[in-house]
Design a protein around this ligand. Structure first.
Ligand SMILES: [Zn+2]
Length: 164
């Protein structure tokens, strides 16, 4: 049985269920049934607008976004499901912080809910740098089913790996 690298840290009974789905060839159908809807956020400009709209709704007071792009060099897990970079730059005579969000290109073709999940994750880091309670509270504020989405995203990435 090959290890499930996207599901490290999950309890054995959960992993056994995932292995069973894979062996029965049902993982794709299970995910497809839940997440059939694609999104149309194709370009970096559309991605910026998408992220900005969510930020306006939930995190209006946070630092402005300098840049939001799809990045095909990002490895999803290595960068903890995305990256968030602080950029300080001089604007006029004062230093102003702004933020850059990079989203792994795999999300351009993913179901709509997974793009939303990763964007919520990255937006939450504008306020909470660590993956702690406060961070996940903010995530579930923006997406009430955040934990389910993150687990299912891990299943989705597992499925993509099986295909290659
Ligand atoms: Zn993170």
């Amino acid at each position: 049985m090959r290890p499930l690298k996207y599901l490290g840290g999950y309890p054995p009974h959960v992993l056994a269920r995932v292995h069973a789905l894979i062996e029965q060839g049902r993982l794709r159908d299970v995910l497809g049934g839940r997440y059939g809807e694609l999104h149309s956020v194709r370009t970096d400009g559309q991605l910026y607008d998408y992220v900005q709209a969510l930020k306006e709704r939930h995190l209006r007071q946070s630092v402005p976004l300098a840049k939001v792009v799809y990045d095909n060099k990002l490895q999803v897990m290595k960068h903890a499901l995305g990256t968030h970079t602080s950029i300080s730059r001089v604007q006029g005579d004062r230093l102003k912080a702004s933020r850059e969000i990079r989203i792994a290109t795999v999300f351009r073709d993913s179901p709509a809910e997974f793009l939303k999940m990763i964007v919520v994750h990255e937006l939450a880091h504008l306020r909470e740098p660590e993956h702690d309670k406060a961070f996940y509270r903010l995530c579930t504020h923006m997406a009430p089913d955040y934990h389910q989405l993150e687990f299912d995203l891990r299943l989705y990435l597992t499925l993509l790996d099986l295909d290659t």
